[in-house]
Design a protein around this ligand. Structure first.
Ligand SMILES: *[C@@H]1O[C@H](CO)[C@@H](O)[C@H](O)[C@H]1NC(C)=O
Ligand SMILES: *[C@@H]1O[C@H](CO)[C@@H](O)[C@H](O)[C@H]1NC(C)=O
Length: 221
C-alpha cells in the first residue's frame, strides 16, 4: 500500500499532467461556417481551439468576403478584435476560443464600423505583385485604428504570389506580427508591421539631413 502522502502526490501529479495534456481541435478554412468541416489536429501544449472570422469589404462596392477558420491557437490569440482600412477596403478580424477536445467556439463578433477622423494620417497603397508598396497617397484614420500598417502576404503554395497593403490599423492588428498559415495545399506568410503616427516626427529630423526629394519619400514611410 502506498502511504497517503504518496497518493496525494500522485493525484496532484496526474491532475497537473491532465491540465497540460494536448487538446484535439477541429481544423478548417471556409467561406461559410456551415462549410467549415475538415480534419482535426493535436495542439501544441498550452494551445486552445480557436475560431477566427475575417471579413473583407470593399467600400462602395457592397462586396463582403468572409472567411471562417478553425485551428489550434495560443491563448493570446483569443478575443483580439482587430481592423484595418485603406480608402477603399476594410478588413475585420476576431477570434473566439474553447478548451475541450473538438469543441466549437462561439461565433466571435466583429468590430463596428467607425466614422470620423482620430487625427492620425497614414500612407496608403496596394500592390498585387510585391510584398512592399510605394505610397503616394495618405488617408485619415478613424476610430481606434491608431497605427499605420504595412501588411505583406507571401503565398508560397498552391500558386506563388505576393500582396502588400498599407493603411490604418488597430494595435491588435499590428500585434499579429508574422503568421504562417499552412492548411491543405495553402502555405502563406502574413506579416503585419506598424508604425505609430510619431514617424512623422522621426521623419522631420531626417528632412533636415536629406535634401533629395525622392529620398525623403522613400524614408518617410
Ligand atoms: C471578439 O470575440 C470575443 C470572443 O468571442 C468577444 O467576447 C468580443 O465581444 C468580440 N469583440 C467584438 C468587438 O465583437
Ligand atoms: C512553406 O513555404 C516555405 C517557403 O517556400 C517553406 O520554407 C516551408 O517549408 C513551407 N511550409 C510548408 C508546411 O510546406
Amino acid at each position: 500500500m502506498l502511504p497517503a502522502k504518496m497518493l496525494d502526490l500522485l493525484c496532484l501529479l496526474s491532475a497537473l499532467t491532465a491540465t497540460t495534456n494536448a487538446l484535439t481541435c477541429r481544423v478548417c478554412i471556409a467561406p461559410l461556417m456551415d462549410l467549415c468541416e475538415g480534419s482535426t489536429m493535436d495542439c501544441p501544449s498550452g494551445q486552445v481551439c480557436a475560431l477566427s472570422v475575417t471579413e473583407v469589404s470593399m467600400v462602395g462596392a457592397y462586396i463582403k468576403n468572409s472567411e471562417f477558420a478553425m485551428s489550434c491557437a495560443p491563448k493570446s490569440m483569443c478575443n483580439t478584435p482587430a481592423s484595418a482600412s485603406t480608402p477603399n477596403s476594410k478588413i475585420k478580424f476576431n477570434t473566439s476560443c474553447c478548451d475541450r477536445d473538438l469543441c466549437t467556439p462561439s461565433l466571435p463578433g466583429l468590430p463596428e464600423d467607425t466614422f470620423g477622423g482620430n487625427g492620425l494620417t497614414c500612407p496608403t497603397c496596394t500592390s498585387l505583385k510585391s510584398d512592399w508598396c510605394y505610397s503616394t497617397q495618405n488617408m485619415q484614420c478613424t476610430g481606434n485604428e491608431r497605427m499605420c500598417l504595412l501588411e505583406s502576404t507571401h503565398v508560397y503554395a498552391p500558386i506563388e504570389r505576393m500582396v502588400a497593403v498599407r493603411g490604418c490599423a488597430t494595435k491588435s492588428m499590428c500585434d499579429l506580427g508574422t503568421q504562417t498559415l499552412t492548411y491543405g495545399l495553402l502555405n502563406e506568410t502574413l506579416r503585419f508591421q506598424c508604425t505609430s503616427g510619431t514617424t512623422s516626427l522621426h521623419c522631420h529630423h531626417l528632412l533636415l539631413l536629406i535634401t533629395s526629394f525622392s529620398l525623403i519619400k522613400v524614408i518617410c514611410l
